[in-house]
Write a protein that binds this ligand. Sequence first.
Ligand code: GDP
Ligand code: MN
Length: 380
Amino acid sequence: MDLYEHQGKELFRRYGIPVSDGRVATTPAEARQAAEELGGQVVVKAQVLTGGRGKAGGIKLAATPDEAERHAGAILGMDIGGHVVGRLWIEQASDIEREYYLSLTFDRGVKRPLFMFTTEGGIDIEEVAATQPERLVRLHVDPVEGFQPWHARRLLFGAGVEDPEEQKQVAAIAQKLYECFVACDAMLCEINPLIVKPDGAVHALDSKFTVDDNALYRHPDIAEMRDLDAYPPEERAARAKDVTYVKLDGEVGILGNGAGLVMSTLDVVGLAGGRAANFCDLGGGGDAQGVVDALEVITADPQVRAILFNVFGGITRCDEVARGILQALSQMTIELPIVVRLDGTNAEEGRRLLAEAAPENVHVEPTMLDAARRAVELAA
Ligand code: GDP
Ligand code: MN
C-alpha cells in the first residue's frame, strides 16, 4: 500500500525524523486557512500516489494565504500521471541549501533492506544511478544485526559528506529511517530530497512510503490511511466485495483460484496470442456467491470480450465449483462467452455438470492451454 506524502511524513515524525509542520486541505478555502495558521511562506503540494509532482506543476510556493488559495485552486483537479489531485498538503516552506537523497527499500534478491544515499538529490534517482553510479552509495543491512553506527559512517563517507554537524544529523536520520522501516513493515521509505537548510539543519522535504499489504493487519492505524477514492471504481467495488482484482489492458477477463494459478493463466493467455483484461482470484473458495461477486467485478470492465475461468480443484472440489458457476449464471445474465477449464479433485463430475446444465455461452475445455486458446479466439 502506497501512502501519500503527508501520511509518510506523519510516520517519519513519529520516529523522530525532522519534517515541516503542515496541514491537509481539500478546498482552496482550507488551503488559505492552513496557510494562515502556519504563517509565513508555505508550499502547496498535490497529494497523489505518483512521483514527479514538482515537474508537473503540482508543487507551488506561496508567500501569502491569498496566494496559497489561488495555487490550491489551480492544483486541485489537476491530472498528474493519470492521478487526479483531490487533496493538498500545505506546509511551512523551507530554505534549501543542498538536496540529498536517502532511501531504504526491501531488496528481495538478497533478502535484506537496502540503503541508498547520494548528495545528488532532488532529481530522479534513476538518472543518478545511470549517469553517476559512483555517487550513489548502496548498502545492505543484515536484519539480524540491525542498524549499526558503521552503516551510517559507510553511507556518509561513501557519498562524501564532510561537515561533522551534517554527518551527525544524517546518521541519526538514517538510523530512525531504519527503525521506521522495520517497525512499519515498509517495503520502501524514500526521502527525496533530504535537504540541508542554510542554517545547517537536515530535514525530510518529501516522503515516498510503501507498506507491505500482508502486514497491514499489524498496523490498523496505517491500514486506515488507505484512500479509497484513489482507486478506480471497479477496484473499489472489488475491494468492497473482498474480491482480489487487478485491472489490465487486454480483452480476456480471467478468474482463477489461487494467485499462482492466476499468474500462470495470464502467461498461457499470452502464449495463445491474447491479453488479459483483468484478473480475479477466487482464493480457496468457489461457492456461488464468490463466483457471482467475481463475475460481477470482471464483467463491469467494458474491455472484457471473453471470460476464462481456470480452476484447479485441490481442497475445493470441481463439482462444487461447477455448481457455483451454474448457480451464479442462474442469478445473473452474462452474454459474453465463458470458457471453463476444470481440473483436479472431481474434475470429471464438474465437467459433466457443466456440459449438462450450462447455458450455450459456456464452453468447457480439458486443459489450460486449450481453454486459453478458445478464450482468445472467442475474444477476437
Ligand atoms: P516530487 O516532485 O513529487 O518529488 O515532490 P517534492 O516534494 O520532492 O518537491 C519537488 C521539488 O520542489 C523539491 O525538490 C524542491 O526543489 C521544491 N520544493 C518542495 N518543497 C519546497 C520548500 O519548502 N521550499 C523550496 N524552496 N522548494 C521546495
Ligand atoms: Mn520528491
